[in-house]
Write a protein that binds this ligand. Structure first.
Ligand code: TMP
Length: 236
């Protein structure tokens, strides 16, 4: 497998083409941003840790019938993935009120929702990722009704699988963001799943073990990511 050109550099990852047009390399950076890139920083070793955590979670989801872009982890910071045409809709699953939901609806952070919910947001940095309803998604032709239905159902299934997986590791899955893309006519789960893209609370102490430690200047950021990696992957 030969790495070729950089096709895209995002806030946390870089994508490269390979000598196979169907495959790309996803490189995990240590850079962290929050609030639409207004806050920037480095979380030491984050790329290595998120690559390992994402690998473990993609494998677990794949074993449970979720079709993902993950092919294999290549090294500390790179994973080989199927090339996707990303659907520009971010799907957020939530079990507990936190972050933007707590703010928007006026719920106290930490309140368990009566049932899990899935929300849809426009993947658009210039617009600050606004929330979208179905009518907006169809008007903008971001996804077809069938694709949206499939993304919702898959996100609900992912929520159940991740929730159970994390409970076994004494972690409460508060919420998470996933993205999908098309590959040879098939909708696949893409991107990454890690403490940047999930809220993860220790079930015994309620301590936050995710990117909120960076967003809210809570300290012990690297330690928390390492703790998630330890519980998810064993020692790394
Ligand atoms: P929110 O409460 O800010 O809407 O975030 C919900 C979840 O989605 C949280 O686990 C963090 C994740 N997320 C991302 O991965 N990327 C983003 O750009 C945003 C806004 C949230």
């Amino acid at each position: 497998m030969e790495k070729r050109d950089k096709i895209y550099e995002g806030k946390a990852k870089i994508l490269y083409t390979t000598d196979d047009p169907d495959l790309v390399i996803q490189y995990f950076k240590d850079e962290a941003t929050a609030f639409d890139g207004k806050k920037k920083g480095i979380i030491e070793h984050k790329g290595v840790v998120n690559n390992r955590i994402s690998e473990r979670l993609f494998l677990m989801l794949g074993e449970n019938g979720i079709h993902t872009h993950f092919v294999k982890r290549l090294n500390d910071r790179e994973m080989l993935c199927k090339r996707l045409k990303i659907v520009q809709v971010e799907m957020i699953g939530r079990n507990v009120a936190a972050g933007s939901l707590a703010k928007r609806i006026g719920l106290d952070e930490g309140v368990t929702l009566p049932r899990p919910i899935v929300e849809t947001y426009y993947k658009s940095d210039p617009l600050g990722d606004p929330m979208l309803c179905d009518e907006h998604i169809f008007m903008l032709e971001l996804a077809t009704p069938a694709q949206l239905e499939q993304m919702r159902e898959t996100t609900r299934k992912i929520n159940r699988l991740l929730t159970d997986f994390f409970v076994e590791r004494r972690i409460r899955l508060v919420d998470f963001k996933v993205e999908y893309g098309m590959h040879k006519g098939e909708l696949l789960l893409g991107d990454e799943i890690c403490p940047d893209t999930c809220r993860l609370w220790d079930m015994d102490t309620s301590e936050k073990l995710d990117k909120d430690r960076f967003r809210r200047d809570l300290g012990k950021i690297e330690e928390s990511y390492a703790e998630v990696a330890r519980r998810v992957c064993g020692e790394i």
